[in-house]
Design a binder for this molecule. Structure first.
Ligand code: ZN
Length: 89
């Protein structure tokens, strides 16, 4: 019965079922990407809170912040605005 909805139905119903499946796949894909992005942001925040480069994990302790208040990682060259520096404005 369920399979007849897919293969025995008129063309416009088949298209509607296909559109619903495609919409569901797109929705799940977006949820997956958003969830991964959130986890990456959390990991980056945790590393920067511990003065670690969020790109390579190198310690940023002792590195002087630049004029734009970003600390440049001496290992990989990535620039980060550490939480304690952002407070000083
Ligand atoms: Zn680095």
């Amino acid at each position: 019965m369920g399979i007849s909805l897919l293969f025995g139905a008129p063309a416009h119903d088949t298209l509607a079922v296909m559109a619903a499946w495609i919409a569901a796949a797109v929705f799940l894909g977006i949820c997956s990407i958003l969830g991964r992005t959130d986890r990456v942001a959390n990991a980056r925040r945790a590393m920067l809170a511990n003065a670690l480069c969020a790109s390579c994990g190198y310690s940023l302790d002792g590195s002087e912040p630049q004029a734009d208040h970003c600390t440049v990682c001496s290992e990989c060259g990535a620039a980060w605005r550490l939480a304690t520096q952002a407070e000083g404005g």
